[in-house]
Design a binder for this molecule. Structure first.
Ligand SMILES: CC[C@H](C(=O)O)C(=O)SCCNC(=O)CCNC(=O)[C@H](O)C(C)(C)COP(=O)(O)OP(=O)(O)OC[C@H]1O[C@@H](n2cnc3c(N)ncnc32)[C@H](O)[C@@H]1OP(=O)(O)O
Length: 250
């Protein structure tokens, strides 16, 4: 399976399970995120955790070996909007959603982590919105979510740098909620929260969800995705993807 969903002690954990390809997202993983968004609303849980198998990568974004076949704006839009919809439904799950960034998170992988409420980042992990190096923007809503998360200048800089940031840089610019040196650090982050009833956590998350609804967050995400689809069709993007895929063949 390209993903694993497990629930233990009222914590529903989703793991991307494609370590051989740095946990890149294909259609099967997208199905998994859609399943997660549904089950998290149906089951009595305290938190959702999104992570990945292995120590090297959290997620390397869209699976370029699959999605490079999408050439036109009309071909790219269905994939981008499908994952964009899944990510918005994950962002608005009515309990805290925690990204346990176990390794490299780039491109769409950084977007997935940014959609979460918290980002617990392993100290060796590097994360960045590298979409710019492929001559596109973020395309699953992550750019819109970043402007909701960081100070304006820090968000614009992280998107415009189009490079992977170190864990220290991610904590300094506010993207990382905490740096995880060892597993105990995760429990320490959750210790105070665990003393609070799930009903209180849900009530606080609903405040954020209402704000996002009142400020048309979903419509702003859709506009981001449309711009990504437009840039996707340009020759500069196709050439950049071909360079990556040909590099992998050497
Ligand atoms: C809207 C989102 C948007 C979209 O959907 O397109 C994006 O996500 S754009 C960004 C797409 N992602 C990337 O451009 C990242 C590509 N990958 C890398 O830069 C590196 O693999 C990295 C930094 C994640 C890890 O580097 P490392 O040296 O540790 O590993 P390798 O590069 O040797 O990769 C191992 C193996 O996996 C294949 N691979 C890695 N990432 C992807 C990917 N995103 N799509 C397809 N395949 C990927 C890589 O080709 C290697 O394959 P192998 O056959 O073993 O050579």
């Amino acid at each position: 399976m390209a993903y694993i969903i497990e629930t233990k002690n009222q914590v529903m954990t989703f793991s991307i399970n494609r370590p051989h390809i740095r946990n890149a997202i294909n259609n099967e993983v997208m199905e998994g995120f859609e399943e997660l968004a549904n089950r998290a609303r149906e089951e009595d849980i305290r938190y959702v955790v999104i992570t990945a198998t292995g120590e090297q990568a959290f997620c390397s974004g869209g699976d370029l070996s699959v999605f490079h076949e999408l050439k036109t704006e009309q071909q790219a839009w269905p994939m981008l909007s499908r994952m964009g919809e899944a990510l918005y439904r994950i962002k608005t799950i009515p309990v805290p959603v925690i990204a346990l960034v176990n390794g490299t998170a780039v491109g769409g992988g950084c977007e997935i982590a940014t959609a979460c409420d918290y980002r617990l980042v392993k100290s060796h992990a590097k994360c960045g919105f590298i979409q710019g190096t492929l001559a596109i923007t973020s395309g699953w809503g992550g750019g819109t979510y970043l402007f909701e998360t960081l100070k304006h200048d820090a968000a614009l800089k992280m998107l415009s740098d189009a490079r992977a940031y170190t864990a220290t840089e991610l904590f300094e610019n506010g993207w990382a909620s905490a740096i995880i040196e060892e597993d105990g650090d995760i429990e320490q982050f959750l210790a105070s929260m665990n003393r609070v009833l799930p009903s209180v956590h849900r009530a606080y998350k609903e405040i954020a969800i209402r704000k996002w609804q009142e400020t048309n967050l979903k419509q702003r995400v859709d506009q981001e995705i449309r711009e990504c689809a437009r840039l996707w069709a340009k020759e500069a993007h196709h050439q950049a993807v071909d360079r990556f895929l040909n590099k992998s063949k050497k």
